[in-house]
Write a protein that binds this ligand. Structure first.
Ligand SMILES: Nc1ncnc2c1ncn2[C@@H]1O[C@H](COP(=O)(O)OP(=O)(O)OP(=O)(O)O)[C@@H](O)[C@H]1O
Length: 329
């Protein structure tokens, strides 16, 4: 089965008279297979939104190839648009309309049967509040309404840019359940996010982007395994000896980072080497454990910039206000 989404060598340079040329995508590649929830991770300004907007024909690329559901885009967008639901940036809704009114209006405009409105309200868990005005909704409910609008056309692929942005833990959990439910029902979901723990929990596979280039991709477990790096954490019988032990290991060629009452040691071939090197100098290890990697540490290692929710930390020192836009119906 061909990939649901394939991007190769995508290039995008923004040009403005004031700021000059800025390369947002620099030969970016991505593959999303059918039926998976795929996480699209990257620090602020790394090119996620530019990728999604380019894919959806909202901006033109300067080079590269893209396919959606096996067809070349942007040329085939009119043919595939009905099979792709997307939310890129938070869509705005009329605050005085209810969820039901909002979806009915969108369904009518998009030639979707009325009955589908009830179905999507049920799917996103808004049925009980469907007749209340949107202005009374929590942020999580508004996000779910946005997802509902993207689901109206029963898309094969759902693209969501930061769907959990600004949500509290309860809202994030609801969004997670919703995503998994959609994937189980056979939909492919592409999810851009900064919430690495979330991506690790709900995504089958992941693409990590940094400075407009793909820096890692594959099944989440594989990406984690590739970057486990054989590091170990070391505790000594006496915590006072940690700094001397660190010096010994560094002098012997290891990379060492102190972490409270232990050392995180990497660049070692075998854990036993650490025990032996220290014992030879009279320092005895009381605990030696492999470093547990999570997506967050892989992300930090690969992109060398911490994701800070709601904060515009840019890889190229520049900041641009995000544009508003929705897509799908
Ligand atoms: N309309 C624009 N004009 C000029 N530069 C832009 C424009 N949109 C984005 N950029 C720049 O392109 C780069 C990539 O931005 P993009 O919004 O795609 O990143 P992102 O990964 O989605 O970031 P965030 O997580 O903050 O939304 C950044 O340097 C950004 O400043």
């Amino acid at each position: 089965m061909p990939a649901v989404l394939e991007i190769s060598g995508l290039e995008k340079t923004y040009r403005s008279r004031r700021r000059g040329a800025r390369k947002a995508l620099d030969g970016f590649d991505m593959v999303v297979e059918s039926g998976e929830v795929h996480g699209f991770l990257g620090p602020n300004g790394s090119g996620k939104t530019t990728t999604l907007r380019t894919l959806l024909g909202l901006i033109a690329p300067n080079g590269g190839r893209m396919t959606l559901l096996g067809q070349e885009v942007p040329a085939a967008l009119p043919q595939v648009a009905g099979r792709v639901g997307a939310i890129v940036e938070s869509p705005q809704f009329f605050p005085n309309f209810s969820a039901h009114d909002t979806l009915s209006l969108l369904a009518e405009a998009g030639g979707v049967q009325k009955q589908r409105v009830t179905e999507v309200l049920e799917l996103v868990g808004l049925r009980d509040r469907a007749t209340e005005r949107v202005r009374t909704y929590s942020l999580g409910m508004k996000q779910r309404l946005a997802v509902a609008s993207a689901l109206l056309k029963k898309p094969d692929l759902l693209i969501l840019d930061e769907p959990a942005n600004g949500l509290d833990p309860g809202g994030i959990r609801e969004m997670r359940t919703l995503m998994r439910g959609l994937a189980e029902a056979g939909m492919t979901v592409l999810l851009s996010s900064h919430i690495l723990g979330e991506v690790q929990l709900i995504c089958d596979s992941v693409t990590i982007i940094s400075r407009g280039r793909r820096v890692a991709y594959g099944a989440v477990a594989e990406v984690l395994a590739q970057h486990a790096g054989g590091g170990v954490t070391v505790r000594l019988e006496s915590a006072e000896d940690l700094s001397v032990a660190a010096e010994i290991l560094i002098a012997a060629g290891a990379r060492v980072t102190p972490d409270h009452d232990r050392l995180v040691v990497s660049n070692v071939e075998k854990p036993a080497w650490v025990t032996r090197t220290l014992a030879e100098r009279g320092y005895y290890v009381s605990e030696l454990a492999p470093v547990k990697v999570d997506l967050e540490s892989v992300f930090l290692e690969l992109t060398q910039t911490a994701p800070v929710a709601g904060q515009a930390r840019q890889v190229d020192d520049s900041a641009v206000a995000p544009a508003q836009g929705g897509w799908g119906v």
